[in-house]
Write a protein of this length. Sequence first.
Length: 199
Amino acid sequence: MKHLVLALATIATLGSAHAQTYPAPANTASANPARFLLGMGLSAGGDELAKAHYEDGTNVNLHGGGLIYFTAGVDYHFTPTFSVQGTVNYHVDRANARNGDVKFERIPVELIGYYQPNPGWRVGGGVRYSNSPKLSGSGIGSGLDLDFDSSTGAIIETEWFTSAHVGFKVRYVNEKLKPRGGYAEIDGSHVGVSANYYF
């Protein structure tokens, strides 16, 4: 396994799933307007926060908008056309090796409203509250610790459904991150793609 030989915050600029679905039509007796969801996705974008160098010469850059996010929440349809979704997410960008790791993690809470013109897709927008983002390291990356203030951002996205239980999303999140300690603001904006399961 690779060894991390250097992990330092470039902090150069100092100087994530969700879910949507359509239930059975709301005007049927069997329709349940509320459904739970689980999902995961990939994201990219934002300012570079840290760079990890491996002994084989490869590098991994951590960004304010990266990289993997996991989602759990509830999707509620007021009508077949209008719905709202609330989720709790874990969003992380990470470089790891046997002798240490570096990661940027946050726990965003999102609330999104949707317009769904037909059962196959919908479009929505909402707000994202990222709770206490943190850049940290362990092992050779120890000492790399930087806390951020909680922040509020905006989301726009669309979702396509392949069935009543499976949806695929494309999204854009506009988000600014403020490091504690008097550092300059970081751009955490990103694009993301995800898959969601509704039950």
